[in-house]
Design a protein around this ligand. Sequence first.
Ligand code: PEP
Length: 252
Amino acid sequence: MARKKIVIANWKSYPATKRDALKLFTAAKKSAARARNVTTVVCPPVIFLPLFTARRKLFLGSQNVSGEGGVAHTGEVSASMLVPFQVAYVIVGHSERRALGEDEAMVAKKIRSALAEGLQPILCIGEAERDTEGAYHEILRQEIRSALVGLSSAEIRRVLIAYEPIWAIGKSAADAMKPEEVHEAVIFIRKTLTEIIDRSIAERVPILYGGSVESDNVASLYTYGDVDGFLVGHASTDAKSFNEILESVSNA
Ligand code: PEP
């Protein structure tokens, strides 16, 4: 079944100024408009969200969301606060946030907070290192189960999974995963989903790859990795690279 292609830009804590943020978003908007059959999502630092307007094929996402109810949570931004700013997606459980102490219980709460407000969670999972015995499978299974078990089928249908092996993040195309390794992980993730929900739904959950996706490796990762798209970090903060990535995915 042909699935929709999706490319998500994770700007992390970049850029430093409002002016640069506007420039980068304008470029992403043009690239997204040119890309055929690709949904583009830009996840800027939350402070820049009010500057941007979503378009057809170009959506806004947040890099984080509070999993807590109530107001006594200094520094947190709730899902209901994001909605009026046209935010449609939210990254949850990124490894850089897990490294700051976000645990599985917090990730599960954030997924539920996002869903309750109609946002689509992008659940990030991934092992810190690869072992030859395949123990990383158990890490992936645990991250999926702890985040999704207990959700209804209708809720899981609105979740996207971003497989981001931590060891491949923030490097270069040469250090990224090989397409056949990505393919193997995608098969495993789908199999794990079938332990939780009907196969027909598991097959429709978008699975993205993230970890040093650049213009040099994106076409082969898409063609041979069997992914629905990508979560792009550093290359999404360079207008030319991001345009090339969207072009490649569009043509793939
Ligand atoms: C990320 O951190 O989500 C990511 C994919 O980063 P990079 O593309 O820089 O590896």
